[in-house]
Design a protein around this ligand. Structure first.
Ligand code: DHB
Ligand code: FE
Length: 287
């Protein structure tokens, strides 16, 4: 049977991708950020998921305001990195996992989540930067990827509660999949940042750290935070953090924190990173 082996939450700051691509990870500005990622890289190298479900948002790259799906699930064989204005990132093509993705689509829709099924799309920094965070610069990504794209750029985005419930339904779907596939769920985006308007440059470390504490210990409470509170406290783009709740919902209520890291500055964003495992991981149970 397939199983969820753990979850990762990470910001998806595009400048992190540019630092990797440009060989600048050891520069004084970036070194502390990349040093803080090492334990997550060690975890994923050790646990070796077959598939990562990457929960991310498209930043008006592949989609635009002409078409804004709330939850879009990729069922394609592969995904090319999007050209966001400087040419596509020089990263490997992302290999999909169509069979599991179609199973997820069916299970989620029968579970009453109205998922948009996407057979063809490009992926932007929201998806490729988290892969670089976890895997560095390989010649091919070491796992298959199922993109789950969430609208957080056009009002109204989904609630935190909906994201948490979607994660729970994803776990149920994975556990009903007969093949022996080991799946990690990666939530991306946040933490506090605002890229536009009068409050551009906003960072709220106090809010972020309390949010991380509660995200681990009381996710239902974090999921209750409404859009206005997130907007006010974490900034307009800080709202991206609702995507982490999909990952949290895919894990047990009680989790172990394998790694936690928080660093400011990382471009315009408070960089946050969490690696979580179920307290009672299926990996360690005897069958
Ligand atoms: C930045 C962060 C983001 O999440 C994003 O999508 C674009 C830019 C930044 O920190 O610059
Ligand atoms: Fe973003």
């Amino acid at each position: 049977m397939a199983k969820v082996i753990g979850g990762v939450g990470t910001s998806h700051v595009p400048a992190i991708g540019a630092a990797v691509d440009g060989g600048r990870t050891q520069e004084p500005y970036w070194k502390p950020v990349f040093d803080g990622m090492q334990a997550a890289r060690d975890w994923i190298a050790r646990t070796k998921p077959d598939v990562c479900i990457v929960v991310y948002n498209d930043h008006a790259s592949c989609f635009s305001l002409a078409l804004t799906p709330t939850f879009a699930l990729g069922v394609a064989e592969r995904y090319q990195p999007h050209d966001e204005g400087y040419g596509p990132r020089p990263v490997p093509v992302v290999q999909g996992a169509p069979e599991l993705a179609w199973h997820l689509a069916e299970s989620l829709i029968l579970d009453e989540f109205d998922i948009t099924v996407v057979s063809e799309m490009t992926v932007d920094h929201g998806l490729t930067v988290p892969l670089s965070v976890l895997f560095g610069q390989p010649t091919s990504w070491p796992c298959q990827v199922i993109p789950l794209c969430v609208n957080v750029i056009q009002y109204p985005p989904p609630t935190g509660r909906r994201c948490l419930k979607l994660g729970q339904a994803i776990r149920k779907a994975i556990e009903a999949y007969p093949a022996d596939v080991r799946v990690a769920v990666i939530g991306t985006g946040g933490l506090s940042h605002q890229l536009q308007g009068e409050r551009a440059g906003l960072i709220n470390a106090e809010f972020d750290n309390a949010w991380l504490d509660d995200f681990v210990a009381a996710p239902e409470q974090v999921a209750q935070k409404d859009h206005l509170e997130l907007l006010r406290e974490a900034g307009s783009e800080g709202l991206e953090c609702v995507m982490w709740l999909v990952m949290r919902g895919a894990l047990q209520a009680e989790v172990d924190v394998v790694h936690r890291f928080y660093h400011v500055p990382a471009s315009n964003t408070a960089y946050g990173l969490l690696v979580l495992e179920d307290v009672d991981p299926p990996l360690h149970t005897t069958t």
